[in-house]
Design a protein around this ligand. Structure first.
Ligand code: PRP
Ligand code: URA
Length: 209
């Protein structure tokens, strides 16, 4: 099975179209990113392991499943990834949250790391890396490099919109990581923005432009 999963669902398709529109303002953009992240997370987490426990219903004793293992860690790539955290936490309210700070140099388009704080026992957790945009793939590739360096082994990444260039670069470097994508766009432009894309996701989430 390929490690890239293109999530194709009419609700996600519709919401991504709303996200793309230039007329969509900050408040709505933020809400859409969160909703799409929750819908994508529902699909991406369909292989979570469960274990059986004994419970008592009002009617009888019963053996029923609950999530198994350590609490997962959600790791947004700052800034834009922050917009996706709420959607994933709606599904996994007990998850830990780590942060990786990275910005793309406007000239070289190369990522520059500026912050990294991951929850303890990262090697025992499912790590869900979130970033709405996978453009050249540099930021996600470097973020996963760092998580692996700190011991992360079981890693899934969720990106709302990806360029083919980014998918290729990322999967070549991290063939063991499951990548979940909401929409695969056409290409990158000369400034390494995704076409048609949504523009600058961080600026649109935080209203900084
Ligand atoms: C954006 C986006 C990704 C990165 C993708 O962040 O959120 O992290 O660009 O580009 P890449 O695949 O070519 O590395 P940006 O650097 O604009 O920072 P921001 O989230 O703080 O706006
Ligand atoms: N980062 C963004 O926010 N948008 C793009 O299209 C590419 C990188």
């Amino acid at each position: 099975m390929s490690n890239v999963h293109y999530i194709d669902h009419p609700l996600i398709r519709h919401k991504i179209t709303m996200l793309r529109m230039e007329s969509t303002g900050t408040n709505e953009f933020r809400k859409l990113v969160e909703e799409i992240s929750m819908l994508m997370g529902y699909e991406a987490l369909s292989d979570l392991k469960t274990r059986d426990i004994e419970i008592k219903t009002p009617i009888e004793d019963s053996i029923q499943p609950v999530l198994d293992g350590r609490k997962p860690a959600v790791v947004p790539i700052l800034r834009a990834g922050l917009g996706m955290v709420g959607g994933v936490l709606a599904l996994l309210p007990n998850a830990k949250v780590g942060h990786i700070g990275m910005y793309r140099d406007e000239q070289t388009h190369k990522p520059h790391p500026y912050y990294c704080k991951l929850p303890p026992f990262i090697e025992e957790r499912l790590v869900i890396v979130v970033d709405p945009m996978l453009a050249t793939g540099g930021s996600l590739t470097d973020a996963v490099d760092e998580i692996k360096k700190q011991g992360g082994k079981n890693i899934k990444c969720m990106c709302i919109i990806a360029a083919p260039e980014g998918v290729k670069a990322f999967t070549e470097k991290h063939p063991d990581v499951q990548l979940y994508v909401g929409a695969l766009d056409r290409c990158l432009n000369d400034d390494c923005y995704i076409c048609p894309g949504v523009g600058d996701a961080g600026d649109r989430i935080f209203g900084t432009k």
